[in-house]
Design a protein around this ligand. Structure first.
Ligand SMILES: [Fe+2]
Length: 287
């Protein structure tokens, strides 16, 4: 696809038929409304956008995020902000020998809050020689591939999400009090299993592995069986796009449409990524 904005000639080259496109012709340091609107339109269409040779400075990264809305602060960091100081929303994700990767599991970011982020922006600052790819699953394709009786069964179901043990462990490293505060401030939340995208109207299978604890109203064994089935179902590579990072690559993804998983096979090699998310709305189901 080629579109011409008032600013530049933009090309989007799909990586798979369902999801993911490499974008050329966009200046990511330009946060003008026209430029942001062009990027956002491509994001709604392709779900995950890849930009090569796009190393942004931290301030440029933040400016780009602010173009899409209010940056969101990771809940744990929100609790650590000292009164009167500005919370930092840009996060360095550093994998090192003494700090192994922690996101090698399918998830959508921070679904354990009432209003999870709508999009994320990830910059590859320093990458290993090989490994450490990221996978995204297209949850629209996952829903649309289900048979009509299965869609009918899932439509309207509600899932309880809560903070994971990995995140609670991170909080405990700051003291038991911090972990208790996290649980108190962010109790379990209910989200629809099928989520309607607020802008495209398409439905997505809203799954988030370790954050999902039960399907509401089901007996425990029934709930567990379906949650296991859903985890297994989105493992189908036909739903996925996979990206092998080169230093300077930048990805933007729509959290309302995707699951992602950061492979850990580069460990113990060093890797440095920088990311932030932009605040979203309460997920809902609309038939
Ligand atoms: Fe993530």
């Amino acid at each position: 696809m080629t579109l011409t904005s008032s600013l530049s000639k933009v090309t989007a080259t799909p990586v798979t038929p369902n999801i993911g496109a490499v974008i050329d012709g966009i200046d990511l340091t330009d946060s003008s409304p026209d430029n942001i609107a062009a990027i956002y339109q491509l994001l709604l269409e392709h779900g995950v956008l890849f930009f090569r040779n796009s190393m942004l400075e931290p301030e440029q990264h933040k400016a780009l995020a602010k173009g899409f809305g209010k940056p969101s602060i990771f809940p744990l960091f929100e609790l650590l902000v000292k009164p009167g100081s500005e919370p930092e929303f840009l996060t360095d994700i550093v994998d090192a020998h003494d700090d192994p990767p922690k996101a090698d599991i399918w998830h959508t970011d921070v679904t354990w809050v009432a209003e999870p982020p709508k999009l994320a922006i990830l910059q590859a600052v320093d990458v290993p020689e090989s490994g450490g790819d990221t996978l995204w699953a297209d949850l629209h394709a996952a829903y649309e591939t289900l048979s009509p009786p299965m869609q009918d069964f899932f439509d309207g179901l509600v899932v309880t999400h809560r903070v994971s043990e990995v995140i609670l462990d991170a909080a405990r490293r700051g003291g038991e009090k911090l972990a208790s505060m996290l649980l108190e401030k962010f109790p379990p939340v209910q989200h629809p299993l099928i989520r309607t995208h607020p802008e495209t109207g398409r439905k997505a299978l809203f799954v988030a592995d370790e954050f999902m604890i039960a399907i509401d109203g089901m007996h425990e064994d029934e709930s567990q069986m379906w949650l296991d089935w859903l985890r297994d179902y989105i493992n189908n590579p036909n739903f996925h796009v996979r990206w092998s990072w080169t230093q300077g690559d930048l990805a933007i993804w729509d959290e309302r449409r995707t699951n992602h998983r950061a492979l850990s096979n580069h460990y113990p090699s060093y890797r440095h990524m920088r990311r932030c998310t932009v605040a979203g709305d309460k997920p809902y189901f609309k038939d």
